[in-house]
Design a binder for this molecule. Structure first.
Ligand code: GDP
Ligand code: CA
Length: 337
């Protein structure tokens, strides 16, 4: 089987680790292709940082900090501290010493003319994630968040001045506490899907949406021209897992992101937001946590198959069970022509 997964950072990476474990424990030779979000990418101190690609790569390669969920294990921050002592901004971005090696290699290779796809492939030769990891696009795209100016500035008409912050500044520096009026992915309209991305969706036997952030992870990938259409038209079933459990994100600030785009923070609302493929939407099936079992009827009424399963990725076995439920769900769906 060819399995294609659209992934953000922590939620995507942990799901993938469970999926890979499931396949390997069944001696199943299926290929996993991951389309990773690059809207979170940022240039810091002259380095190109790809937080979501690296989280997937480090998690599957065994080098992730399990506590933080991002960056390298046993990390030190000497370079970051030294930069701060120079008074160089930004000081709020977590740049670990080991992690910097990855960013140096990536930045150097990009400057030498290699594409992000090629650079990611080269980094993965080192990390051996045992999945094919593709950036959603080789083109520069950066998610920005529209907020009222944090310094209280007002427009000439007296209303709060709206400014756009880089997503990372909003998320890490401001902890997503500045109410977001919306998200703008700079560069997305002219971005092309990276080589292999559309084919990976079109030729898949199953497409999975892990419990990644539906707005700034999967939502961003879906904005790359052609990707949402590929999801609508693939013959493969598309199955998603809710990142919202019991009316709240399990981790992170997806509620702030959902509120900004006018979607309720509930498993049913996120499923409805993706929509049924049978009526022009993006998913055929949606897994919610047992805590949200009452959402099943509501989601099914939209034409989306829905099941409640334990959806907390507490350990690799529990995560493998979630992945198994996804594949089960996919195989129970009627074949599409
Ligand atoms: P990020 O890029 O690092 O923010 O990570 P993702 O976008 O891949 O995933 C973030 C989402 O994963 C958040 O919205 C969390 O609610 C969700 N998440 C984290 N852990 C779990 C879990 O154990 N179960 C479920 N269902 N969702 C989770
Ligand atoms: Ca992310």
């Amino acid at each position: 089987m060819r399995i294609t997964v659209l992934a953000g950072g922590i939620g995507g990476a942990r799901f993938l680790r469970g999926l890979r474990h499931l396949l390997e424990s069944r001696d199943d030779q299926s290929d996993i292709t991951v389309v990773g979000n690059t809207g979170d990418d940022i240039w810091v101190h002259g380095l190109r940082v790809c937080p979501d690609l690296d989280t997937v790569m480090y998690t599957l390669g065994g080098g992730i900090s399990e506590d933080r969920g991002w960056g390298r294990e046993d990390e030190t921050f000497a370079v970051k501290d030294e930069l701060a002592s120079y008074g160089v901004e930004p000081t709020w971005f977590g740049l670990g010493d080991k992690d910097i090696a990855t960013h140096l290699i990536r930045t150097q290779s990009l400057s030498a003319g290699y594409s992000l796809t090629e650079v990611t492939e080269a980094l993965c030769r080192h990390w051996q994630p045992r999945v094919r990891l593709l950036p959603m696009s080789d083109d520069r795209t950066e998610t920005h968040v529209i907020v009222d100016s944090p310094d209280g500035a007002v427009a000439p008409d007296g209303t709060p001045l709206r400014v756009a912050l880089h997503f990372q500044e909003w998320w890490i520096r401001h902890h997503a506490l500045l109410p977001a009026h919306g998200f703008v992915v700079v560069g997305i309209d002219s971005a092309a899907p990276a080589p292999g991305v559309l084919e990976a969706i079109a030729e898949a036997d199953v497409v999975l949406l892990p419990p990644s952030n539906p707005v700034v992870s999967i939502g961003t990938i879906l904005q790359v021209p052609g990707i949402a259409e590929a999801l609508r038209t693939t013959t493969a079933p598309v199955v998603g897992v809710s990142p919202i459990v019991g009316g709240a994100p399990v981790r992170g600030m997806a509620d702030a992101c959902l509120t900004a785009i006018g979607v309720d923070t509930s498993a049913a609302a996120v499923g409805a937001h993706y929509g049924a493929r049978s009526s022009g939407g993006l998913i055929d099936a949606w897994l919610v946590d047992t805590a949200d079992a009452e959402a099943v009827g509501e989601v099914e009424a939209l034409g989306i198959r829905c099941r409640a399963v334990p959806a907390m990725m507490t350990d690799i076995e529990a995560t493998a069970d979630i992945a198994a439920a996804c594949l089960d769900m996919a195989s129970s769906l009627p074949l599409r022509p």
